[in-house]
Every structure is written in structure tokens, then in C-alpha cells.
Write a protein that binds this ligand. Sequence first.
Ligand code: COA
Length: 254
Amino acid sequence: MSEILEHCDAGVLTLTLNRAERKNALTADMYAALADALARAEADASVRVVLLQGQETVFSAGNDIGDFLNAPPATPDRPVFRFLRGIAAFPKPLLAAVCGPAVGVGTTLLFHCDLVYAGDNAAFSMPFVNLGLCPEAASSLLAPQMFGYHRAAEALLLGEPFFAEAALEVGLVNRVLPPTEVNAYAQAQARKLAAKPLVSLVETKRLLKKGQAAQVAERMAEEGASFSRMLREPAAREAFAAFMDKRKPDFSAL
Ligand code: COA
């Protein structure tokens, strides 16, 4: 079965991450499927809203670490970068329903969603430093704007998880619910939006984002260049090998 499920009803395209046995870790193929689905959704007049969701126990463990080891994305045309540009520039409302772990891009993609609903079991983290990497998805710009500098520095330098109530307090999520209710609640909110005039939704979103669209694109490109380089360097290689071997990384010589 596909690792990205697509279902369209009542103007809402629901994209479900469907690799729960790997905690919905995202592979290049999954990013490509998501990027293609967003491009089709933008062009398709019958799609008015997009909802991205996982399961009650997991949203996403972030990028697949085996992929990082074996096929690190090198150029801006790679699926991961296409997906990130796609969510940042997506003109129609984009919602997310998040339960359980939301690691790396599982958290940073949320900066580009318009509404985010979380389970009380949600655990957000951006452990890029712990992996010998740097922020992506313009999170180095958007996290300080949303959280304030010190909380963003804590999240991005220490890389430790923060939980649903903290995410609600800093404005990363709109509402916290029991995990069994999150996807259905997000779906209902998406349908509410889909019943409104699309032209007005799109223009409102454009105006909301206008102040920083160019800055976001520029930061994403700069982060992407650093990220691609760092994926091949010793700190990241050690972190990925340690994850695969189920041991603690040894950065003592780095
Ligand atoms: N890439 C590849 N495989 C991954 C993965 C990832 N990002 N995240 C989890 N998996 C795999 C695990 O290796 C494990 O495989 P196994 O059954 O063969 O041992 C399986 O998915 C289940 O994960 P597990 O770690 O046992 O689940 P958990 O509930 O104990 O922990 C997480 C869940 C998400 C907290 C933990 O898996 C994790 O930290 N993953 C890595 C996150 C990460 O660093 N992502 C990169 C961000 S840039």
C-alpha cells in the first residue's frame, strides 16, 4: 500500500502518512508523493483545503535516517526541498493533525500550516544539532519569530522535545485534544474552511504571508545549502551510524 494516502471529499484533500511501522519517517519517495499531491491540489479547483495527518500514536519521525546515510539530498531539485518549497508557497489553506512524535521536519513543516491541531500525546522536536545538522524549512527564521528567541534557541540548540501544552502556549498549535479526536476535529475544521469562498481564503492567506514570503524562500535556500553539505560531514555521519546501530553517538573528536 502507498506510504502517502490521498483522499478527497467535500473539497478537503487529506494526505495521510502511512508508514507507521517506521514511525512515518519520510523517504525521498514520500516527499515526492507529497510534493506532487500539493502541486495537483493547487491546480485542481475541486480541492479547496489540504489536511496532513498521521495516526493517533505518531505524526512523523522526520527524515528517514537510512536515506540520509545512503542517499543524502544534494541539490535543490531533490524531493525533500521540492516538498518544503511546496508547503511554504501553497496558496490554499493547509492544516495538520499531529499526535505522538513530530520530529525534525515533522515539526518544522508545521510552521507552514495555517491551522494545527495536536493530541495531548504530541511531542515536538527539532534535534538537528544532535544529528550534526542545522535547521531546515526556514525554521531558523520562523521559530524565533513564533516562540521568541530564547525558547527557539532552546528548541533548536538543545533539540529536546516539547509537548502539546508548550506548543499551544507558543502558538505552534491551535488546540490540544485527546488523540482519538484529533484527526476528526481537524477534518471538521477543514470542511468548515472548504465551505467558504476559495477566492477569499486564498487572498487572505496571501496577505497574511506576504510580509515574509521572500524572506522564507531565501532562508530555506540558505539552510538547504548548509544542510546538504553537513549531511556528508563527520558529525552527521557519526549520528546516523549511531542511530542505525542503536548506540549513543560519539562527538568527542568533532
Ligand atoms: N529513520 C529511519 N527509521 C526510523 C526513524 C527514522 N527517522 N525513526 C524511527 N525509525 C525506525 C526505528 O529504527 C525502528 O526500527 P526497528 O523496528 O527496525 O528497530 C522503528 O522505526 C520504530 O522506532 P522506535 O525508535 O522503536 O520507536 P519509539 O516509539 O521508541 O521512538 C521516535 C519513536 C520517533 C522518538 C524515535 O524513533 C526517534 O527518535 N527516531 C529518530 C528521529 C530523528 O532523529 N529523525 C531525524 C530528524 S532530522
